[in-house]
Design a protein around this ligand. Sequence first.
Ligand SMILES: Nc1ncnc2c1ncn2[C@@H]1O[C@H](COP(=O)(O)OP(=O)(O)O)[C@@H](O)[C@H]1O
Ligand SMILES: [Mg+2]
Length: 460
Amino acid sequence: MDGFKKRLNESVQLKLSVTLSVAILVVAMVAAVFSFLSAFDEAHELQDDVLRQVAQLMDQQRLSPRHPATHPPIKEGDDESRVIVQRLGDGNASTAGVDEGGALALPATLADGLQTLDVSGETFRVLIKTTAAGERIAVAQESGFRNEIARDGALRAVTPFLILVPVLLLIVADLVRTMFRPIAALSKEIDQRAEEALHPVEDCHLPIEVRPFAVAINRLLARVAQTMDNQRRFVADAAHELRSPLTALSLQAERLADAEMSGPARERLTVLRQGIERGRNLLDQLLTLARAQAVAEAPTSPVSVQGIYRRVLEDLMPLAESRHIDIGVEGEQDALVWVSELDMIAVVKNLVDNAIRYTPEGGRVDLSVSTQHERAVLRVRDTGPGIPVAERERIFAPFYRALGSAQPGSGLGLSIVRAIANRIGAEIVVGFLDDEKQIGLDVTVVVPMVARGWVSRKSI
Ligand SMILES: Nc1ncnc2c1ncn2[C@@H]1O[C@H](COP(=O)(O)OP(=O)(O)O)[C@@H](O)[C@H]1O
Ligand SMILES: [Mg+2]
């Protein structure tokens, strides 16, 4: 009960439904009771009128009720529904009740007019009238029957309420739910968004009372997008600025290598040059990530996946050979995708680079492409250790690197792949090459082949 009260206070929808339903029920109940009572009264009035008219008729036609003993009542119809007409004083008051002939035992002292009388346990409505001829007559009808008729009539008057109230409650519940549906749809849309989807929410379908709220959300989204853009720009600028001094350092180290020096000094120089190279790679990856997260220039023409594979393999063949990895493309099938060449190269290069680096020497890396329902399915498979299921989400986080790897790296490769995939609407699925033995990595990237509606943002 407490939980319901809390929800009632918190939910406008529930409050509106409950309040309207209670209001409808109260109004309907009051109206129904009123209708019932007035229809009941009306029926009694009509019945009294019938008694009056019968008495009037008797008087006008100068009819005289005969003694029922000589003329037994006609036994047609319901006995209860009978209107009894008798001379006052007929019937035996001392025996009390309805005598054999059907006359009521009414005291002769009754005053003129309508009255409700108890005659031997049964209640009657009786009209006493003194006719022009001076005769006193009683016109009577059983109250139980009168009440039954009145109740039936009154219930018929209330029936429309009984049918219409549930219909009205259903209409109210549906109306309230429909009114709040756009808000529920809006929150669902915002909930399901990827974190970088900061485009404004559509407010034209919303009721005007809620629109200011959507406008405020849109302003907030715009501010967040601006802040994120600034941050990306800062990272990209910093990486760009750091590149020049690092390139100069690298040149100096190269020159130094030509000079004569002792064995230990050369060893140190080699370590220094490796460090500088790692720094340059890190800066390149940072720049690529910043671009992957921000740029959205619509491609002017589709690119061939096989073409991308060739270019990446040309770049990475020396690395594969140095590690004795058997690398190649399976099948001839090609797919054209509407993605910028730089993006496609970044995705494939990072995946293949990982496959070569994390596969033990002498292993195998296979690339393939197929098409499925207007989507290109790119696969990079290796015979390395694979990635445990528990770790599969974390590997996409920036700077995350699994412990125990001797391979140089920045931890940004898969973040770049994910950022580009999100932007181009691609899906990444990570699995084992061999599910049973749980080894080898099988990465599938499903890229839509049709040109999509591009969201253009300022590029870095
Ligand atoms: N093909 C693969 N086989 C096994 N582990 C992998 C593979 N690809 C990626 N990983 C794991 O995911 C981590 C993140 O990869 P990535 O983002 O490319 O960063 P980096 O390669 O610079 O370490 C890697 O450090 C590695 O532990
Ligand atoms: Mg990598």
